[in-house]
Design a protein around this ligand. Structure first.
Ligand code: AMP
Length: 280
């Protein structure tokens, strides 16, 4: 399973990533964590990143893309991974697409944790208080001032990725304001619905219905996703008219085999059949 977790700082990406890696035996790739380790070890990358990170800015693309590229080549990636904190900008997403294509790796989904911004500050304050209580070192970028800078950077540079992945039909939005337990359950439910994980006891719903129900985006993303989801369907219908019956049959068979929803094809004819069935 190969996923990207998307969401502003404090949305719970780290917490959910931890739960997912244990459940599905995959690896978390957090660029923030890797950079913090490099800073602590005072490597050349760490020395370059240190001040940028402390001020809440973004580390240059070539550094983070290099880190991710090297990491994807490691043997522990074989079961899959969760990218947390990367990509953070459209150019980084494009670079990732390139990397994945070259390495023949397929991305299953991008999970957006949608949260209410005003709740983020208090979440971070709670996290800092808990870390202090456990005697852990608190991140130097976990202050209200730096957090507002990180939030502004998320809004202008990272939020466009919602559109980017929605257009590519990879985006699944989960309400990140629910309890940690609920968010985890919802993520696992939608992953099962899109066929990214094996479900055990639960009977499998038809992928079409389940995916629609669970990948429900909220607010502005809903409009974007709706618009984006219409476009490929239209193209598929056009393609359906152009392809021969034999090709369509083969496409349906292969979609069935892969457990994926076959693209709707043969528009009008399909509608007539549905109407007849409805009457019957
Ligand atoms: P995070 O732990 O994801 O909040 O990241 C902490 C800090 O690391 C960020 O504020 C950035 O300075 C840096 N960082 C992490 N990931 C990236 C990235 N993909 N691109 C640029 N900078 C990053």
């Amino acid at each position: 399973m190969r996923l990207i977790l998307l969401g502003p700082p404090g949305a719970g990406k780290g917490t959910q990533a931890q739960r997912l890696i244990h459940k599905h035996d995959i690896v978390q790739l957090s660029t923030g964590e890797m950079l913090r380790a490099a800073v602590a070890a005072q490597t050349p990358v760490g020395l370059r990143a240190k001040d940028i990170m402390a001020s809440g800015g973004l580390v240059p693309d070539e550094i983070v893309i290099g880190i991710i590229s090297d990491r994807l080549d490691q043997p522990d990636m074989k079961n899959g991974f969760i990218l947390d904190g990367f990509p953070r900008t459209v150019p980084q997403a494009e670079a990732l697409d390139d990397l994945l294509r070259k390495k023949h790796i397929r991305l299953d989904a991008v999970i957006e944790l949608r949260v209410n911004e005003s709740a983020l500050l208090s979440r971070v304050e709670t996290r800092v208080a808990e870390m202090r209580a456990r005697g852990e070192e608190v991140r130097i970028d976990d202050t209200p001032e730096v957090l507002s800078k990180r939030l502004a950077s998320y809004r202008s540079l990272t939020e466009p990725l919602i559109h980017y992945y929605s257009e590519r039909r990879k985006l699944l939005t989960v309400d990140g304001m629910m309890t940690i337990e609920h968010v985890t359950r919802e993520i696992n439910r939608i992953l099962a619905a899109i066929g990214a994980v094996e479900t055990q006891a639960t009977p499998r719903k038809p992928a079409k219905m389940a995916a629609r129900k669970t990948s429900r985006p909220v607010g502005k993303a809903a409009k974007v996703a709706k618009k984006a989801s219409k476009k490929p369907a239209k193209t598929a219908r056009k393609a359906g008219k152009a392809t021969s019956g034999r090709t369509r049959k083969a496409a349906r068979a292969s979609a069935k085999g892969s457990g994926k929803r076959p693209a709707r094809q043969g528009g009008k004819a399909a509608k007539k059949v549905t109407k007849k069935r409805a009457k019957a």
